[in-house]
Design a protein around this ligand. Structure first.
Ligand SMILES: CC(=O)SCCNC(=O)CCNC(=O)[C@H](O)C(C)(C)COP(=O)(O)OP(=O)(O)OC[C@H]1O[C@@H](n2cnc3c(N)ncnc32)[C@H](O)[C@@H]1OP(=O)(O)O
Ligand SMILES: O=C([O-])CC(=O)C(=O)O
Ligand SMILES: [Mg+2]
Length: 288
């Protein structure tokens, strides 16, 4: 089980941020070659990100590269560089349908073979940034074992929907959040909520984190290190939940040692999903 609460964007052309952001300890870092990088900087950013990956600075932090979309002239070079650099996950922006993922998969397989990596080793996260992406998200989430998560990307999505962010309960994101989350859960993969753009608005950020957490998202895409600790704290399980999870794991262990198939705790049956949830709670507690 892997924690994916915080995935922090780092612009791929910012050498300073690329070289020291491991200090902030997000669960994942996302080196961006897409919208954070201007057209004139695409080539130099690609090289900078390659050197960053090769330098192995981000031990214990999942590395993700957001490549440019398959409709651009950049994506094949982005993919080649990222895989050769040893990236763990490719984030595909503005994903609209399964055929785009298939194109990425085909190319990934060739690059992995060429550079001696295991075929299938490079994972994919599809970012859903449009109405058509939301509609197709069930198929996108389930289309390949490489897919480890899908992410809702609120900025582009709301432009496509011809609306903008409100504050409060954000009805404009409700359908997309619920749809993307169901697609992820049906495919048994992780789900990321939208990035929050106002890095100085702690209250607004936490309000949004609460919505995402209560709906069931694993975490959020982030754009500033200040958001990491706030997010991790909000996802920390309460003490009662941790105590209960410890009891569940102990009861399961005792039953296994006694050779019992059925586990019970305080008269209640403990089944595999309950044990799985207890493991998740303990993992969150250990890392918050
Ligand atoms: C719609 C989309 O596509 S969103 C995804 C693409 N966007 C991005 O990638 C943007 C990522 N974020 C950023 O570039 C920045 O946070 C900005 C531009 C929003 C604000 O940057 P700043 O004004 O420098 O913020 P601030 O002064 O508060 O930064 C404090 C420190 O955090 C660092 N920092 C800020 N954001 C980041 C980040 N995303 N990653 C790593 N370090 C960061 C700064 O370098 C600075 O470090 P220092 O103290 O060592 O100098
Ligand atoms: O992918 C993201 O989280 C950010 C983004 O591009 C968007 O919201 O349009
Ligand atoms: Mg976008």
């Amino acid at each position: 089980m892997k924690l994916r609460r915080s995935m922090m964007f780092i612009p791929g052309d910012n050498a300073g941020m690329l070289s020291n952001s491991y200090i902030y300890k997000p669960d994942s870092v996302m080196f961006d070659l897409e919208d954070a990088v201007s057209l004139t900087e695409k080539d130099s950013a690609r090289l900078l990100v390659f050197n960053t990956l090769k330098a192995n600075l981000y031990t214990g932090i999942e590395t993700v590269v957001r490549i440019n979309g398959v409709e651009t002239p950049f994506w094949e070079q982005d993919l080649d560089m990222a895989v050769r650099g040893g990236v763990e996950v490719i984030r595909l922006p503005k994903t609209e349908n399964v055929s785009e993922v298939r194109e990425i998969e085909k190319k990934l397989e060739i690059i992995e073979k060429n550079c001696g990596r295991n075929v299938g080793e490079t994972k994919i996260i599809a970012a859903i940034e449009s109405a058509i992406g939301v509609v197709n998200s069930v198929a996108i989430a389930a289309c390949t074992p490489r897919m480890v998560a899908i992410a809702l990307a609120g900025f582009d999505y709301l432009v496509d929907m011809q609306t903008s962010r409100s504050s409060g309960s954000e009805p404009e994101l409700f359908y997309a959040r619920a749809a993307v989350l169901h697609a992820a859960r049906a495919a048994k993969i992780d789900a990321f909520d939208v990035a929050y753009g106002d890095v100085n608005d702690e209250e607004g950020f936490l309000r949004e984190v609460k919505i995402a957490k209560n709906l069931g998202f694993n975490g959020k895409s982030l754009i500033h290190p200040r958001q990491i600790e706030l997010l991790h704290k909000a996802y920390a399980p309460p003490k009662e939940a941790v105590d209960h999870a410890e009891k569940v794991i102990q009861a399961a262990k005792d039953a296994r040692e006694k050779g019992l198939g059925v586990v019970s705790l305080d008269g209640k049956m403990i089944d595999p999903p309950v044990i799985h949830e207890a493991e998740r709670v303990l993992l969150l507690a250990q890392n918050s």
